[in-house]
Design a protein around this ligand. Structure first.
Ligand SMILES: [Zn+2]
Ligand SMILES: [Zn+2]
Length: 257
């Protein structure tokens, strides 16, 4: 069994063929997936997928790359997270790769999410790109270690992974770990203990090798598992089993619904 800890199957390109996407999951022994919210306007579509499918869970949050949209408030996030299908807060974080200029709003938005997570005791789904220092500093400042969470689609240095691990976070690898030019990331993945690793697709983007460039979907998470198995010199079943266990240990609310 495998779990896709981060996907966007409510996005139109996947949602229009959702039945097919779900049956491909089943065929490839992907037992569960976490459908991640990126803005409040489309949050109902995330929730709908989770409400209509017992094995799909939802998060609530506003992505750091979405500029000039209505900022969520702490109480809004807290209220939306009361739905039994919502098991995490995010995705949230900092992205200095995609955006530049004065990103005070991005840091403020990140703090809002951490405060909502602390208030609800729900884990965080953190997106971080080229903002290592500020991400870790804000996590510490806001007490993110009290709720934990996952550094999703991790592509940063081992040093950053280590700091996140020390704060009680898991590290999630996407299809990028299979890309030819990702040798440094593979070296990092090798050093992360298996009991702190999650696997994800971040679909519809970032399809792993051998499907690189195609539309991605949760079924492809097996290729991520395969690469992690290779790096840790373990059978793929063991990686599937342990990362699934990690998933339920982190997203505890899954077991309540
Ligand atoms: Zn992301
Ligand atoms: Zn995402």
């Amino acid at each position: 069994m495998f779990i896709d800890s981060h996907c966007h199957i409510n996005f139109p390109e996947l949602e229009k063929n959702l039945e097919h996407v779900l049956s491909n999951m089943q065929e490839n022994k992907i037992t569960n997936a976490l459908c991640i919210s990126v803005e409040l306007d489309s949050f109902p579509s995330v929730l709908a997928v989770a409400e209509n499918n017992r094995h799909i869970y939802a998060s609530v949050g506003v992505h750091p790359d979405y500029e000039n949209i209505q900022e969520p408030t702490i109480s809004e996030l807290v209220e939306l997270s009361q739905n039994p299908n919502v098991v995490a807060i995010g995705e949230t974080g900092l992205d200095y790769f995609r955006l530049d200029g004065d990103l005070t709003w991005q840091r403020d938005r990140f703090r809002t999410h951490i405060r909502a997570a602390v208030e609800t005791s729900l884990p965080l789904v953190i997106h971080t790109r080229q903002a290592q220092k500020d991400t870790i500093a804000i996590m510490k400042d806001e007490g993110a270690n009290n709720v934990g969470g996952v550094m999703h689609c991790f592509t940063e240095s081992y040093e950053m992974a280590k700091q996140a691990l020390d704060l009680g976070f898991y590290i999630s690898f996407s299809g990028i770990v299979t890309f030819k030019n990702a040798e440094e990331l593979r070296q990092t993945a090798k050093k992360i203990p298996l009991d702190r690793i999650l696997i994800e697709t971040d679909s519809p983007y970032l399809a792993p090798v051998p499907n690189r460039g195609k539309l991605n979907e949760p079924a492809n998470v097996v290729y991520v598992a395969k690469k992690i198995a290779e790096l840790h010199e373990l059978p793929i079943e063991k990686v599937g089993e342990q990362t699934s266990k990690n998933f339920f240990e982190l997203f505890k609310k899954c077991q309540c619904n």
